[in-house]
Design a protein around this ligand. Structure first.
Ligand code: IMP
Ligand code: MG
Length: 175
């Protein structure tokens, strides 16, 4: 069967929701500077859009962890492939993710980052699949809760494809 994509969340709905999240985050961080940490590569599209809609000062840093191969199931193995450039000490950190699935990646990552003594640390994700959670992680801002389907677009990939889709789609016809 050939791979095909059906729209789960339209480009317009994603944009509207990110705008709301930006407004909420701006209010809650008033008077502060947000140090946004993007978890590459999936989080990058969301972080750019979110950062543009936040009215308080923002600084950005990037890290890359891998827990997945090219398939659709979590291996549970997490490795830091690229660490942050800057220290987190004293900063108000907002970790920005594309999706929280089993929670394994974030469980591991938040533990490491907390040891770097940020003033505060919150977690923001565009998508959440609560039914799939294996590890308990506290998510402060969620764009959309979605059912247990493998999704692509807006940074999310299947075998490194489809990250550039401007909407969230469900991919079918994959192994
Ligand atoms: P977790 O450790 O299981 O929470 O997985 C987190 C990572 O798995 C995400 O940051 C994504 O990179 C990837 N992932 C989980 N679910 C999906 C999906 O439906 N589509 C694409 N990537 C996903
Ligand atoms: Mg990710």
């Amino acid at each position: 069967m050939a791979e095909s994509i059906s729209v789960l969340i339209s480009e317009e709905d994603v944009a509207k929701r990110i705008e709301e999240m930006g407004r909420q985050i701006s209010e809650e961080y008033e008077g502060k500077q947000i140090h946004m940490i993007c978890v590459l590569k999936g989080g990058v599209f969301f972080m750019c859009e979110l950062a543009k809609r936040v009215s308080v000062p923002v600084s950005l840093d990037f890290m890359s962890v891998s827990s997945y191969g090219d398939g659709t199931a979590s291996s549970g193995v997490v490795r830091i492939a690229k660490d942050l450039d800057e220290s987190l000490e004293g900063k108000d950190v907002l970790v920005v993710e594309d999706i929280i699935d089993s929670g394994r990646t974030l469980y591991y990552l938040l533990d490491i980052l907390a040891k770097r003594r940020p003033a505060s640390m919150k977690l923001c994700t565009l998508l959440d699949k609560p039914d799939r959670r294996v590890r308990d992680v506290k998510v402060d801002y969620v764009g959309f809760e979605i059912p247990d389907e493998f999704v692509v677009g807006y940074g999310l990939d299947y075998a490194q494809k489809y990250r550039n889709l401007p909407y969230i789609g469900i991919v079918s016809g994959v192994e």
